[in-house]
Design a binder for this molecule. Structure first.
Ligand code: GLY
Length: 377
């Protein structure tokens, strides 16, 4: 095996998980991050592994990799825990999607029928069955669907585990360093960092989330077609007798019990460019939407409110593969599913980067599918 030197731009869950796989394969990894690693969109996330609950009509190719990544998560979580000696709080109670009026019940029924037709493991629950399963649900909900396989992890613990593993494995983290340009090259691509020396290697991986287009050096039409999609979330402090077990997904908000101390309420979805302000309106909508489905949140102390930027691609599906810029590989555009898609992206992309594999799982998600073509008439 030729030992390669790989520069990863972006230290979120995708960049770090690819980095860790490459280190395990025996390569040198440098991660360049504009902020602190693991403190961007991947930190401000819920950690839901919602392959089944979130499946959209017409998205079966995307469902295929989501379900495969979900299948890989338990083993991946065990590996992270074993190697890092940290818990990643994998929880397997599953999620319950609820409707609170006639319109949302109708939409839930249509989605359930589509899911059942495609063989997904989802179960329709009467209001009484839903309350039996999860007593902290609001009484009187119109409908509920249980997705027993849609588990969750604590994304923050995963990020801390990955950071430790990369450092212990000899990886280099260059934090608070913004990459301003990428210099593509078949043999020795490099990155230029604001106010610092360039760093070169054998491959540059762009995993910079919503910032994955913010570089010079690559033709705009060859940059990954991503945009920022703002999400505000809240951390509430768990206080007895509140003891929610399942992830609850409602029409306006979701509620995720993390550990015995924290419950997450999310998330807004706003097209506001790179704005990351927490707003009164965002917090109000989240609390109202969460209270309608899990009224017990009313008495919980509000710990923090955050806003992060999901990387949404033009078709809202990931962008993973070799770009048209020589020596540059993209892993971006994971939008609402970065945590869910971490194992499959990291494992398949690392083999493509280091060993020139061609992953069957990733072939529907190449950057070229979204490139603008100009008609010459
Ligand atoms: N995965 C949930 C969200 O992006 O809000």
């Amino acid at each position: 095996m030729d030992k390669k030197s790989i520069i990863i731009v972006g230290g979120g869950i995708i960049g770090m998980s690819i980095g860790w796989e490459l280190i395990r394969l025996g390569h040198d990894v440098t991660i360049v991050e504009r902020d602190r690693v693991g403190r961007g969109a991947s930190w401000i996330a819920g950690g839901m592994l919602s392959a089944n609950a979130e499946v959209g009509f017409e998205e079966m190719e995307f469902y295929r990799i989501s379900a495969e990544s979900l299948r890989r998560w338990p083993e991946y979580a065990k590996m992270l825990e074993r190697e890092s000696s940290r818990s990643v709080c994998y929880r397997d109670e599953g999620s319950i999607t609820v409707a609170d009026d006639r319109d949302s019940a109708e939409a839930l029924r249509r989605r359930f029928e589509f899911q059942a037709e495609h063989g997904l493991d989802v179960r329709w629950l009467s209001a009484a069955e839903a309350l039996d399963l999860e007593p902290f649900l609001a009484p009187g909900l119109s409908a509920a669907v249980h997705s027993p396989l849609d588990h969750q992890v604590d994304n923050r613990c995963v990020l801390d585990a990955l950071r430790d593993l990369i450092l212990e494995g000899g990886g280099r983290l260059v934090e608070l360093s913004a990459v301003v340009a990428i210099v593509p090259d078949d043999v020795a691509p490099s990155v230029e960092i604001d106010g610092q020396d360039s760093i070169g290697g054998h491959v540059v991986v762009v995993a910079a989330g919503a910032w994955s287009r913010q570089f010079s050096g690559i033709e705009p039409e060859h940059l990954p077609a991503v945009r920022p999609v703002k999400g505000q979330i809240l951390d509430l402090k768990v206080k007895e007798p509140f003891n929610l077990k399942h992830v609850i997904r409602g029409p306006q908000a979701y509620v995720i019990p993390k550990d015995e101390t924290r419950v997450v309420v999310g998330a807004t979805e706003e097209e506001m460019g790179f704005d990351v302000q927490v707003t009164a309106g965002g917090v109000y909508k989240l609390l109202e939407g969460a209270w309608e489905i899990v009224p017990g949140i009313y008495d919980l102390p509000l710990l923090h409110a955050y806003a992060g930027l999901r990387p949404g691609s033009r078709d809202n599906e990931p962008i993973v593969g070799w770009s048209d810029a020589p020596g540059v590989y993209y892993a971006s555009g994971h939008y609402r599913n970065g945590v869910l898609l971490t194992p499959i992206t990291a494992q398949e992309a690392a083999l493509e980067i280091a060993e020139k594999n061609d992953s069957d799982w990733l072939k529907g998600f190449r950057p070229q599918r979204l490139q603008m073509t100009t008609s010459t008439g």
